[in-house]
Design a protein around this ligand. Sequence first.
Ligand SMILES: [Mg+2]
Length: 298
Amino acid sequence: MRVLIADDTVLMRAMLSEQVASYGHEVILARDGQEALDRARAEPFDIAIIDWEMPRLSGLEVCWHLKADPRTAYSYLILMTSHDEPFYEFKALDAGADDFIHKPVNSAHLKARLKAGGRITGMHRQLIAQAQTDPLTGIANRRAFLERAGEETRRASRFGLPLSLLIADIDHFKRINDSRGHAAGDEALRRFVQTLNSALRPGDLIGRYGGEEFVVLLPNTTLTDATAVAERLRQRVAAQDIGADGGSFRMTASFGVAAVEPELGDSGGIDAALRIADAALYRAKAEGRNRVVPTPVP
Ligand SMILES: [Mg+2]
């Protein structure tokens, strides 16, 4: 684990970091409350051990800020003080600390606390990953896709880069399910995602948008280039044999492509592009499927 240690005394920092490192964890050090907050925001960590009495920002304030920030809200915070009246413990928990230890810190005690904290953060992480992933295909679900698409839109806007997206829909998917069974339908979805992934660049973002509908965000890509990407995907999908009980089969997909206008805002730009791509997809279906349509119906 990565453990952030914040204390304003050299001796305490040295002692704690030596102990924590001896348990096999990586240590990040901060000399006061403000530095703890800065470092916590700049680099990911799993657990923070935070001294209560520190200059600039107290440990209590650090806990409060970390829990209020969505980027650090799920980290595990241990507040540390030499006060041993129950009042301090209540206050610590109230400010968002997950645990509380007394100074002088007992080594075995600290080790056990870190282990308990590690279980909680591991569980949190697993839950977050599950909430963002489509279980069948392992790619981002709709909500996670939209969240990351918002970040990409802000980046495109900041650097003045083009951004495009495409919506892909497997043709006559219901027929696959009806004639070959749901296991074959599931296999078709998995293979479809594998085919898309094999043809996309590392920075491209793919999400499951609906049942058999997928969306791909293409950073630093113009509408013309995105249309070429969609055409490549279409050909790969159509050439793919899908193995199933009772013989292999093939499938095709239709694609709608649109440019994102980053100046419309982080969700506005995506919303508008999704509407345009969806209209283009609708046209691809109406014109006979297994095709790419880059522009909407006027
Ligand atoms: Mg102190």
